[in-house]
Design a protein around this ligand. Structure first.
Ligand SMILES: NC(=O)c1ccc[n+]([C@@H]2O[C@H](COP(=O)([O-])OP(=O)(O)OC[C@H]3O[C@@H](n4cnc5c(N)ncnc54)[C@H](OP(=O)(O)O)[C@@H]3O)[C@@H](O)[C@H]2O)c1
Length: 511
């Protein structure tokens, strides 16, 4: 049984949540809709969809299925009346906040590993800065649970502790520099719309390079570390209560909102999917290194325990929520459980035939680099040889070479993003978090989900992988129907074209 907000000792009356349209935020909101509290949610508008409409849509998602069926339409309506939308983009700023807030759970963030540098800083650094400014302006003193990530550290340490990250990077200067870089790149492009994509790429590359030269893995982890510094300086330093909550890699729910709940592909999932589709058979990593995954309901339990049992002293408290110390699983065990499940339940290809992926191997980064170099050279030679072959004869070969080149590019992209994680030997101490959850139990707040009791083979095989396979199928169905709709839209155009412009290209399109 998971903890109920109602049973906790310090029951908030007025709560502010951010990120409720996202993975963690929905799971947090799903706990609060059950309680008799005012919940203010920061939701940005999208195109023609208002924040209110987005919240209404969120409440229809499957995270809320159980709750909706438990409370019925009247209960849903009553809960909706207690939900108040603050329509705002955190990166731009916030309107005046309510004057009675006693708890904030801030989980809004960009979680992309290689966002353009200025965009990452806008959301993950200026976003919290705007939030803390708005709290000051409202004159409130809520306990803030600021959701960060365990990967904020710069040092390659054996054990990452639940403490502040030591660095002296000036977050204001980083933000200013990133904005100046965009301005310079835009001016250099001289308003050429074709350059827009190159500017985004340059800003992505710059972010990754900047993060790595200062010791972080990527722009995401650096921007989250700077976001923590904002929280420390702008909130905790003023004597306000702050919990920095650092989950590791969050995956499907064990129990709540319902077993296997997962809101789209998360951090490790593109890798698993690429393996199941036989697009990735080698990866850099140490088979005996520990991979740290944690179900989303453990993260929400820890956030709620933190929210309801704040630390006595003012200032910041650091909580890491993961499994690498309490219940470690190695990369090799992870691989074995995934392989076993995929062998028993292979994913289908586009034609519905079962895919039998090659066994997954871990190579050292150097081994993989030289393998990729050799393969790139071979594919390049093959492509050049095919240029000499008449088009109709070499078509099948060309398609094979193109597919192999796409596979190699995918592997290189994944390696660039994931290697710092799969090659890391750091484990994440969760002593404070476990102590907090034990205290919650002592206080009669029974049954916070215990990460030490998770059997990873069962979790991966019976909970996470089936969810992922379902999501992959849904994504494929959606993209097939989008493709069909696009074809239906362009079909009349294609048929008409030969009459208006009978070129060889147009005829080829009709044939
Ligand atoms: N997922 C993981 O494995 C993981 C691991 C460790 C830590 N975390 C941390 O957990 C938190 C939640 O992550 P998640 O996986 O739930 O991410 P997510 O599914 O991508 O959700 C992100 C949420 O943030 C909102 N958001 C982003 N930019 C915003 C802005 N400028 N203004 C207002 N709202 C904005 C999004 O709203 P829109 O719908 O409008 O985009 C969405 O609700 C983050 O702080 C993340 O760093 C996640």
């Amino acid at each position: 049984m998971s903890m109920s907000v109602h049973e906790l000792p310090q029951r908030p009356r007025s709560v502010l949540l951010t990120g409720v349209t996202g993975f963690v935020g929905q799971a947090v909101l799903e706990r609060f809709v059950r309680e008799d509290v005012d919940v203010h949610v920061v939701v940005r508008a999208r195109k023609d969809v208002s924040g209110e409409e987005r919240l209404d849509e969120v409440l229809t998602r499957n995270a809320f299925d159980r709750w909706r069926s438990e409370v019925g339409p009247d209960g849903v309506a009553a809960a909706r009346a207690r939900l108040h939308v603050i329509e705002a983009d955190l990166a731009e700023g916030l309107p005046p906040l309510p004057a009675d807030l006693d708890l904030v759970v801030h989980s809004a963030s960009t979680v992309s590993f290689d966002e353009p540098w200025d965009a990452a800083l806008r959301t993950n650094v200026l976003g919290p800065a705007h939030l803390y400014d708005a709290l000051h302006a409202a004159g409130v003193d809520p306990h803030v649970v600021h959701v960060s990530t365990s990967y904020v550290g710069t040092d390659r340490v054996d054990v990452a502790l639940e403490e502040p990250v030591a660095h002296d990077v000036d977050w204001r200067a980083e933000v200013e520099d990133s904005f100046a870089l965009r301005t310079r790149l835009t001016e250099e492009a001289g308003g050429d719309p074709a350059a827009a994509r190159d500017i985004e790429t340059a800003l992505r590359t710059h972010g990754r390079r900047r993060a790595r030269e200062l010791g972080w893995t990527d722009s995401y982890t650096m921007s989250k570390a700077l976001g923590e510094r904002v929280a420390e300086e702008c909130w905790a330093a003023g004597g306000h209560r702050l919990t920095i909550l650092r989950p590791t890699i969050i995956e499907s729910a064990v129990q709540r909102p319902h077993p296997g709940w997962l809101d789209g592909f998360k951090v490790a999932d593109p890798l698993i999917a690429a393996y199941a589709r036989d697009r990735l058979f080698a990866f850099p990593g140490h088979a005996d290194a520990v991979v740290d995954i944690v179900p989303v309901d453990v993260v929400v339990d820890a956030a709620l325990a933190a929210a309801r049992i704040p630390h006595d002293a003012p200032g910041a408290r650091y909580l890491q929520v993961g499994s690498s110390v309490s219940n470690p699983i190695t990369l090799d065990e992870f691989r074995a459980h995934v392989e076993e499940q995929v062998a028993a339940h292979p994913w289908p290809d586009r034609a519905g035939r079962p895919i039998r992926p090659r066994p997954w191997r871990f190579l050292s980064p150097d081994e993989l680099d030289s393998w990729a170099e050799r393969r790139a050279t071979m594919l390049d030679r093959a492509a050049r040889a095919l240029e000499l072959v008449p088009f109709s004869m070499g078509d099948a070969g060309r398609r094979r070479v193109e597919a192999a080149s796409r596979g190699l590019t995918l592997m290189r992209d994944y390696v660039a993003i994931y290697q710092p994680y799969t090659c890391s030997r750091t484990i994440y101490d969760d002593t404070q978090t476990r102590r907090l959850l034990a205290r919650a139990e002592q206080l009669g707040i029974a049954g916070a989900l215990d990460v030490t009791r998770i059997d990873w083979r069962t979790y991966l095989g019976s909970v996470h992988m089936p969810s992922l396979a379902r999501l992959a199928q849904e994504r494929r169905r959606r993209s097939a129907s989008r493709r069909r709709a696009a074809e239906a839209r362009t079909a009349p155009e294609r048929v008409r074209r030969p009459h208006t412009r009978p070129t060889a290209v147009a005829m080829g399109a009709v044939v």
